[in-house]
Design a protein around this ligand. Structure first.
Ligand code: GDP
Ligand code: IMO
Ligand code: MG
Length: 422
């Protein structure tokens, strides 16, 4: 039995879906513990592309169980659409999916509020995915949210939803936004509730039983370390704990049952949405976008791109307790010469080796770069560590050392087999 937490060590989209899919081969259960359908996890199996939003990427391997834990916020209509999309692609979604009865629900008024708050912020907007994530977690913290357990209790759900829509329509009126129809939302959510009911259960008890049987469990992080509500570049963050601790609170599996933390990071840096990105570089963005890469899996937005920031990833090791590293998208750097890596932040006369909490201070920092020679050879067909170009190996070793964790996986393409184990 072994429990592994997998987290994004940067700003999300590190390739968590691909690495989870690879690791699931040797696991029994895969659990999502935070976030909602703001996440977009891409997995390729042969030519077929799958993008998972709420369902763990483990669903793509038959006979594995998948859990959506209590820490996730669920838009039930969108979850049903995701299930239907998978069924159409002949992916099994039946007795292998378990949804926590205490997971909170996302409603259309959350999405509308998300949008209105962004409009009000104007140029200071966060650049959210507009999936209603912030307002839904807001309701959870305010103890005014509705949960899966309410959705599958029709009488209770109707009464609670009436009150929530009345309240939120007052708020939306103040924003000058369109009103939400109780009738429409109720009808759509009841249909979704009936579809989801067979999957809804006490997932804490399910996971405890799985551990007693000796199951291997993977915890699939969503977003990334610097989007964490506590430890990210607030307010340019999401509304959940994306760091390793979130796997415990969002699943009910206690900290002393966790065995290792795997951090996933790209060989460079990307970020979608607003907020500081010290190593942002037009050179690397233009290169990757011209290859058709680095467009968001959820919103299709072009991701901002930059050099690898080892101050950030070392900070991620500190916050998450990362034991092992999976570095993805090494092949994205195949043509670059030289390759820069940020090894420190200069703030006036001071040199920082951690990420300051105040975004204004962070924006005043200048990256200090080290340069590495490029290998200028395609790596996407390499399957063994010793067959990688020596300069690529040196680069990977260096960024792992700077991140202060052990490199165990290098990924050279989106496919399952484009994975090198060390
Ligand atoms: P996630 O949110 O962390 O699961 O990552 P996304 O799926 O949003 O974005 C990662 C993108 O990189 C996806 O398009 C993956 O198919 C792709 N990807 C993952 N690993 C590699 C890799 O090693 N090389 C290349 N070229 N693409 C990769
Ligand atoms: P995965 O799991 C990258 C970003 C948004 C925005 C901020 C807040 O695929 O790595 P939200 O809608 O959560 O309120 O938006 O967080 N964001 C992500 N960026 N990958 C994600 O998920 C993200 N989920 C949210 O772009 O900057
Ligand atoms: Mg993604």
């Amino acid at each position: 039995m072994s429990n592994t937490i997998l987290v994004g060590a940067q700003w999300g989209d590190e390739g968590k879906g691909k690495i989870i899919d690879v690791l699931t081969e040797n696991a029994d259960v895969v659990v999502r513990t935070q976030g909602g359908n703001n996440a977009g996890h891409t997995v390729f199996i042969g030519p077929q592309k799958y993008v998972l939003h709420l369902i763990p990427s483990g669903i793509l391997r038959r006979s594995k169980s998948c859990v959506i834990g209590s820490g996730v916020v669920i838009d039930p209509v969108s979850l049903v659409a995701e299930i239907d999309g998978l069924l159409k692609l002949k992916v099994q979604v039946a007795e292998n999916l378990f949804i926590s009865e205490t997971a909170h629900l996302v409603f259309p008024y959350h999405r509308e509020l998300d949008e209105q708050r962004e409009l009000l912020k104007g140029e200071h907007k966060i650049g959210t995915t507009k999936r209603g994530i912030g307002p839904a977690y807001g309701d959870k913290a305010a103890r005014t949210g509705l949960r899966m357990i309410d959705l599958i209790n029709p009488a209770r759900f109707e009464a609670q939803l009436k009150l929530k829509i009345r309240e939120n329509n007052e708020v939306l009126k103040a924003f000058g936004a369109k009103q939400i129809s109780f009738k429409q939302v109720h009808a759509a959510y009841r249909v979704a509730g009936d579809r989801l009911k067979p999957f809804v259960t006490n997932t804490v008890v399910f996971l405890d039983k799985a551990m007693r049987r000796g199951a291997d469990i993977l915890f699939e992080g969503a977003q990334g370390t610097f989007l964490d509500i506590d430890h990210g570049t607030y307010p340019f963050v999401t509304s959940s704990n994306t760091t390793a601790g979130g796997a415990c609170t969002g699943s009910g599996v206690p900290p002393n049952r966790m065995d290792r933390v795997v951090g996933v990071m790209k060989a460079y840096t990307t970020r979608v949405g607003e907020g500081p990105l010290l190593t942002e570089s037009a050179e690397i963005a233009d290169l990757l976008h011209a290859m058709g890469r680095e467009f968001g899996a959820t919103t299709g937005r072009a991701r901002r791109c930059g050099w690898f920031d080892s101050v950030a990833t070392r900070h991620a090791t500190m916050v998450n307790g990362i034991d092992e590293l999976a570095v993805t998208n090494l092949d994205g750097l195949d043509t670059l010469e030289p390759i820069k890596v940020c090894i420190g932040y200069r703030l006036g006369q001071a040199r920082l080796d951690y990420v300051p909490n105040d975004v204004e201070t962070l924006l005043k920092c200048q990256p200090i770069y080290a340069e590495f020679p490029g290998w200028r050879t395609p790596t996407d067909r390499v399957r063994e560590w010793k067959k990688l170009p020596p300069k690529a190996r040196a680069y990977l070793k260096a960024i792992a050392e700077l991140t202060d964790a052990k490199l165990t996986i290098a990924s050279v393409g989106p496919a399952r087999d484009q994975t090198i184990f060390l």
